[in-house]
Design a protein around this ligand. Structure first.
Ligand SMILES: Cc1ncc(COP(=O)(O)O)c(C=O)c1O
Length: 360
């Protein structure tokens, strides 16, 4: 960051942004990468790039963050909520065919917790119907499905570098562009609808307004902060894997005895180890455990409230029972503290506290 300041270039698309672009593009072997101000903005760019219009339909899981839906709803699209698989909590690909209509334009799989969706099936269904795939890969940077990096399956994929993610610059994201035909327009949309990127490359004499767009560039200071972490990706992934495996190993016996399900990673997937969750037997069990851990000074959290039952989801006509797995999981899921430098002592204390919970 000091170097970015010394460079005298702290606005967007400076030398550190370029280095992040090069690194992420070479890792993904994609057509281009564009850093953005958030994953939300990368999703909004995807909706603009795919020309999503009022009346179009977008299929996505109800069990996700609001931005997965909102980015498309902003363009006038109707969200079509799919339920999730009970094992990985990812979009249930077996339900996709029943949700497709002549208005379906996009499928947005979310690689929940960094474990890949069934991309072979999802991509085959999308290709059969001529529907685009945009991977919401906010959780899954460096995770893999059948040996292939998450984020490389869809025409586009989006990353989050929010503070809560494995790699962070406070607020930030990226658009991974796998379809080369979308690169030039993506640059324009990200640069306020101008061809400024072409101007900087000397491809045009002046830059001007050529399309709709907005300002989606993060400061080069943030890119510098991010680059250091991306360069240390092996270290970051190993640290997160250590936390995940500690929980898995030390909670296995307690979980089996208490009817608690721990997360699973199918053989087809390599996880990015974004989080560690547990599925408690009931909402009452979860409330008891959260209170118990709080009394031990340990914060545990849950998410997501089903999008189909939110006020906006209901305004699209959704109701209880429409996504039963999502509704059930949303009541019972609990996330344990998870960050790179959690020490063994701290992990040991968290596990010990969990094991002393008394159900009411
Ligand atoms: C699945 C998913 N998509 C998108 C986002 C939005 O990311 P950002 O905060 O970078 O906009 C999040 C944030 O938590 C998320 O979990």
């Amino acid at each position: 960051m000091a170097q970015a300041l010394a460079n005298g270039h702290i606005s967007g698309d400076g030398p550190f942004t370029k280095k992040c672009h090069e690194l992420l593009t070479s890792i993904h072997k994609c057509a281009a990468t564009l850093l953005t101000t958030s994953c939300t903005h990368a999703l909004e760019m995807s909706a603009l790039l795919l020309d999503i219009k009022p009346g179009d339909e977008v299929i996505l899981p109800s069990f996700t963050f609001v931005s997965t839906a909102n980015a498309f709803v902003l363009r006038g699209a109707r969200p079509i909520f799919a339920d999730i698989r009970p094992d990985t909590l990812n979009l249930d690909e077996t339900r996709l065919e029943t949700l497709i209509t002549s208005r379906t334009r996009v499928i947005v799989p979310v690689h929940y917790a960094g474990v890949g969706c069934e991309m072979d099936a999802i991509c085959a269904i999308a290709a059969n119907h001529g529907i685009a795939v945009v991977e919401d890969n906010a959780h899954g940077l460096f995770g893999r499905y059948r040996g292939r990096l998450l984020g490389t399956f869809g025409a586009l994929s989006t990353l989050s570098f929010h503070e809560t993610k494995n790699f962070s610059c406070g607020e930030g994201g990226a658009l991974i562009i796998n379809d080369p035909t979308l690169v030039e327009r993506a640059e324009i949309i990200r640069e306020k609808g101008t061809n400024r990127s072409r101007f900087f490359r000397g491809q045009v004499d002046k830059y001007t307004w050529v399309d709709i767009g907005s300002s989606y560039l993060p400061s080069d200071l943030l890119a510098a902060y991010l680059l250091a972490q991306l360069e240390s990706r092996e270290h970051v992934l190993a640290a997160r894997r250590r936390v995940y495996e500690y929980y898995l190993e030390h909670l296995a016996e307690w979980a089996a005895a208490n009817g608690v399900r721990l997360p699973l990673i199918p053989d087809s997937c390599e996880s990015s180890y974004h989080m560690f969750y547990m599925l408690l037997p009931s909402l009452a069990h979860r409330t008891t455990l959260i209170t118990h851990l709080r009394e031990h000074g340990i914060m545990s959290v849950f998410h997501y409230l089903p999008l189909h039952l939110s006020p906006v989801g209901r305004s699209f006509g959704y109701k209880e029972g429409d996504c039963p797995v999502t509704e059930d999981v949303s009541d019972r899921l609990l996330r344990l503290p998870f960050y790179n430098d959690l020490t063994i002592d701290e992990l040991c204390r968290i596990v010990a506290a969990i094991q002393t919970v008394m159900w009411e």
